[in-house]
Design a protein around this ligand. Structure first.
Ligand SMILES: CC(C)(COP(=O)(O)OP(=O)(O)OC[C@H]1O[C@@H](n2cnc3c(N)ncnc32)[C@H](O)[C@@H]1OP(=O)(O)O)[C@@H](O)C(=O)NCCC(=O)NCCS
Length: 333
């Protein structure tokens, strides 16, 4: 079931930044690691390459570089940021949180910090929460970050999963609108915890019930089930969110689904009637970067001029949980 509807909002995005690690892992590189080939990977996923963090480079390092990039590009003053929300499934440490590490790196003085764990729906969930914090009135400037070093939790002996994942980070600065006119128009959420065993990161607990793998700390997934779930449920979720806001697909400037797999995106477009040309994604060159995939896609579109001030965007995250989070907003940069 979906909870969807229009939002009260005072939130506007005032700056963005991104960072991807230097090392590129191509399909040819993967051919040397597991029994696979470029043709199979491209045909099934649309992925050509991914970025991989260095051995001593962690989710917080990527997040800090993304925030530094934001400051350099927009000249933003982040000394008075009053909350940091970081979406990640691959934090350096569970605590301190990545958000706390970012606060320390920039010496921000009076600032709340928390990490958001909603897998690939994490970044959109973070934006939804930031809007709530700003509406509450105590906070005025929130950093929302999506950062992943999935290469550190990927099983590179499992050819059905290791071809998918990559590393990267991006950050949005979300502030209270000076004129009180927020740009977050509608939002939706949904969780199907009962299907969570189809996609999980095996944890400290010994094998339990439907979560059969031992404590490897790696990503485990039933790709076929996740694929089926996504094309059916995400398509429904997208339609529900648009209907809840009385919007037609033609009114959208851009659809930004989580970049899990190009074929999945094509299928969701097909089912929702959103033209594929209207999607922003980061899947071809970054693979699936979970919480970072949506802001990385947006960052690329800002840089190459496709995304313009005033455009209407539908952001839609989905993945482990199984979680979904959607947000309709007007671009304000
Ligand atoms: C992972 C995924 C690409 C696999 O594609 P698929 O068509 O479902 O493939 P299957 O697992 O059914 O395997 C089909 C065949 O390809 C083989 N295969 C699997 N991975 C392979 C690889 N990397 N290279 C070559 N062959 C591979 C399988 O062994 C199987 O062979 P068989 O028919 O001889 O048994 C696809 O299921 C997927 O994208 N799922 C969603 C994953 C995802 O996006 N997760 C994150 C969501 S947020």
């Amino acid at each position: 079931m979906f909870l969807a509807g229009p939002l009260h909002s005072q939130a506007v995005i005032t700056a963005i930044g991104a960072y991807v690690p230097e090392r590129v892992l191509t399909n040819a590189d993967l051919e040397a690691m597991v029994d696979t080939n470029d043709e199979w990977i491209v045909q099934r996923t649309g992925i050509s390459e991914r970025r991989i963090a260095a051995e001593n480079e962690y989710a917080s390092d990527l997040a800090i570089s993304a925030v530094r990039n934001l400051v350099e590009r927009y000249g933003s003053d982040i000394s008075d940021v009053d909350y940091i929300l970081t979406a990640t499934s691959s934090p350096d440490t569970v605590f301190p949180s990545v958000s706390a590490r970012v606060q320390a790196a920039f010496g921000i003085l009076a600032c709340g910090t928390a990490d958001v764990q909603a897998a690939c729906a994490g970044f959109v969930s973070g934006l939804q929460m930031a809007n709530g914090l700003l509406l509450g009135g105590l906070h005025r400037k929130v950093l929302v970050i999506g950062t992943e070093t999935l290469s550190k939790i990927t099983d590179y002996t499992d050819r059905t999963t290791c071809i998918l994942f990559g590393d990267g980070a991006a950050a949005f600065l979300v502030e209270t609108a000076a004129d009180g006119q927020g740009s977050f128009n509608a939002s939706s959420v949904s969780t199907q915890g009962e299907s969570g065993h189809h996609l999980y990161r095996s944890a400290l607990a010994p094998a339990l019930g439907e979560f059969p793998l031992q404590a490897s700390g790696r990503i485990v997934q039933n790709g076929r089930e996740v694929y089926k779930w996504a094309v059916t449920n995400v398509s429904e979720g997208v339609k529900t969110l648009l209907e809840a806001n009385g919007m037609r697909t033609e009114e959208l400037s851009w659809f930004v689904p989580h970049s899990a797999n190009m074929r999945m995106i094509e299928s969701i477009c097909d089912r929702t009637g959103i033209p594929l040309e209207k999607t922003l994604h980061s899947v071809t060159n970054c693979g699936n970067t979970s919480a970072a995939s949506i802001p990385l896609a947006i960052d690329a579109a800002v840089k190459d001029g496709r995304l313009k001030r005033g455009d209407s965007l539908l952001l839609y995250g989905f993945g482990g949980g199984l979680t979904q989070a959607g947000l309709l907003l007007r671009w304000t940069l």
